[in-house]
Design a protein. Structure first.
Length: 350
């Protein structure tokens, strides 16, 4: 390139200089002096160049992200002085696993706000197949446009799960699920004795599928310990149906029914109270943002009597009168604060 020199900084590049576009190379940024008409300072490397130290650093970050130890031999090779071709041969020699089949150590999948839809859910369902060679224990697909057909695909594979299998399924914020999707998902769980956590917050679930859900959690073979239905609309009727099975639940430990359109309904709240008293496994309940009013709160009081030590936490809406709120609301205590030793002052002089 005639009379070519390099330039540092971003001034000319940000101005869209045509000389920059014509003469940009990988090793340095050069300009035609006839175009610029003046001398410019020299810079030896392109700020966008991918260097060996960058590759080595990213390798270390990737190892930490997936929870494996950094291979010191690989790290030394990446930071070495070999030519690129020689480096490639080194990497191929020490990493035959790069090209020999799929990665099978995957355990957790979290996808947020990606419109994968029912087809995407079906694709993940295929990964959950017992013969896939991958043992996924945690699947989280938040706000991914999943509906009834996606739930059906997941339900079908849940019926064939074998230990260790999928332990947590989180489908929060998939508004297309509704009662139809939830119903087919529950169908797949009737013969599943592995799944321990089911999260379906804000999935447009109403009262229609609560009777089937009650049947599920009452089964001795149901392994679900955490059930979260926050932000749905099961209402009074749904609460009544759910309570019929809740009293017989044997493994359910945590239940979230926050913000479900439950109001002051004597029949529904009475059934819920009786279920809280009879259930021997339930320890934590979130009942906030359900405006049950003082009359409805009074119905629940017997379930929160001091002798019911099984129920460790029970959260109610703060709109209740203070006296009722204090009687019903029971916060979970994670542990007591250790007290300091007595007599910690100065020693007496002899």
């Amino acid at each position: 390139m005639p009379d070519g020199k390099a330039i540092g900084g971003n001034d000319y590049r940000n101005r869209g200089c045509p000389a920059f576009k014509r003469c940009h190379t990988h090793d340095s940024i050069k300009f035609n002096m006839a175009t610029f008409g003046k001398s410019l300072p020299t810079v030896t490397t392109d700020e966008y160049a991918v260097t060996r130290p960058i590759i080595a650093t990213n390798y270390g970050k990737a190892c930490r992200a997936i929870g494996v130890h950094v291979n010191s031999h690989v790290s030394d090779i990446l930071r070495g002085k070999e030519d690129d071709e020689e480096l490639i041969n080194h990497v191929h020699g020490i990493g035959p696993g790069f090209t020999n089949g799929p990665y099978t150590q995957l355990r957790y999948i979290r996808i947020w706000k990606q419109n994968i839809g029912n087809e995407g859910a079906a694709a993940f369902a295929s990964v959950l197949q017992p013969n896939s060679g991958i043992k996924i224990s945690y699947l989280e697909l938040l706000d991914c446009g999943i509906g009834e057909n996606g739930c059906k695909a997941l339900a079908e594979v849940l019926t064939r799960q074998k230990a260790p299998g999928l332990l947590t399924l989180n489908l929060d914020y998939n508004l297309d699920i509704g009662d139809a999707g939830f119903s087919v998902l529950v169908d797949g769980l009737f013969i599943n004795n592995i799944l321990k956590q089911l999260h379906l917050d804000y999935c447009a679930i109403g009262q229609g599928s609560c009777f089937k859900l009650a049947q599920l959690i009452s089964l001795p073979t149901c392994a679900i310990e955490v059930l979260s239905l926050n932000g749905n609309n099961i209402g009074n009727s749904g609460l009544h149906h759910l309570s019929l099975g809740l009293g017989r639940a044997q493994r359910l430990v945590k239940l979230n029914l926050s913000d479900n359109g439950i109001r002051n309904n004597i029949e529904a709240l009475s059934a819920f109270r009786d279920a809280l008293i009879r259930c021997k496994s339930l320890a934590h309940v979130d009942f906030t943002f359900n405006l049950i009013e003082p009359e409805g709160a009074s119905i629940l009081l017997p379930a929160l009597a001091p002798e019911n030590t099984q129920l460790q936490s029970f959260l109610v809406d703060a709109s209740l009168p203070k006296n009722l709120f204090l009687q019903l609301n029971r916060s979970h205590r994670t542990g007591s604060i250790k007290k300091g030793k007595k007599g910690g002052g100065k020693k007496k002089r002899k």
